[in-house]
Every structure is written in structure tokens, then in C-alpha cells.
Design a protein. Structure first.
Length: 171
């Protein structure tokens, strides 16, 4: 390797490693290892190149420079599937809405049967006064025509004018 500064990144499918800055100084000929020196520092992405981190211990073993590379974390591609939990099923909003609906459908007749006769008469009177089909409590938007409203026309009969209306482009 020629003299210079290098960024060393270990790419592994199962582990994540810290990036390293490797500085190689001096030159060596094929037979000698005289002026060659290797220094290694930890580095971080986004830092300036001159900002060196922790220095790693480098040693020469059998003509090869050696240093330890640290594992940051183990990569997890697959997650262990969680087991069945009845509590998580009951926390589902769809199940909660269905449960409340079932309680109302099956519980309301029971409540009506056990209701005080005076209160029951008052409840039935109130139902008759509002009614299901209309009355003072009817929805004002029941007959609303959104398309006509967006087009700018009114729901009443169209007004005729004596002025001719241009229909399309004529050539």
C-alpha cells in the first residue's frame, strides 16, 4: 500500500464495525521494511479528516501490520415473532368497537325491561317527539346536494333568460 491516509470500513452482513482512519507513512522496498510506519485511529462520519479519534494499538507480526477491529453492534434482519396474546386481541380498536356495539345491542333491551315504569314512559315520550324520520331534531344536511353546491347552482328550478347562450365552439 502506498503512503497516505485511508478510511477503512469493514462491511459484514452480520455485524457493524466502527470506521477507522489508517495512516501509512514512509515507503518500503520489496525486501526491506525500514521506514514504513502504520498508525490507526477511530473516526466518525461527518468529522473533519484532521479530527482523529482514539488511537488503536498497531503491531507488526510476521511482516504484516495487525490491529484489532471493534464490533459496534450485531445486525438483526429478522425479528422473533411474538406469541398469541388474548390481551393484544382485546386492545384492537376494531374489536373494541364491535364489543361496545354488542353490549348496546344485547344490553339495551335488558336495561329497558328493568327500567322504572315512570322513566320508561318518559323515554318513550321523548322518542315519539323526536321521531326517527324527522322533526325538530332532523339533520339539516340530509338533502344536501354537494355536486350542485360545488357547481354554483341552486336546488330550485333553473331560471330561463331570453339571451342566447353560446354552446361550445363553432367554426
Amino acid at each position: 500500500v502506498s503512503a497516505g491516509s485511508y478510511l477503512l470500513e469493514v462491511h459484514c452482513h452480520s455485524h457493524a464495525f466502527a470506521p477507522l482512519r489508517v495512516d501509512v507513512s514512509g515507503t518500503s522496498t520489496a525486501g526491506s521494511s525500514g521506514g514504513e510506519k502504520v498508525q490507526v485511529w477511530g473516526t466518525f462520519r461527518g468529522n473533519e479528516w484532521g479530527n482523529k479519534g482514539e488511537e488503536y494499538v498497531v503491531r507488526k507480526v510476521g511482516g504484516v501490520w495487525v490491529w484489532d477491529v471493534r464490533v459496534i453492534a450485531e445486525k438483526e434482519y429478522f425479528y422473533e415473532r411474538s406469541g398469541f396474546s388474548p390481551l393484544s386481541l382485546l386492545k384492537n380498536p376494531m374489536i373494541l368497537i364491535a364489543g361496545v356495539s354488542m353490549i348496546i345491542v344485547f344490553g339495551m333491551p335488558y336495561l329497558m325491561d328493568n327500567m322504572d315504569p315512570e322513566m320508561r314512559a318518559e323515554f318513550e315520550e321523548r322518542q315519539k317527539s323526536t321521531g326517527i324520520t324527522g322533526g325538530p331534531g332532523a339533520n339539516p344536511l340530509q338533502n344536501f346536494d354537494a355536486a350542485a353546491w360545488l357547481a354554483g347552482s341552486s336546488s330550485s328550478a333553473p331560471k330561463r333568460s331570453d339571451t342566447p347562450v353560446e354552446k361550445g365552439i363553432t367554426r
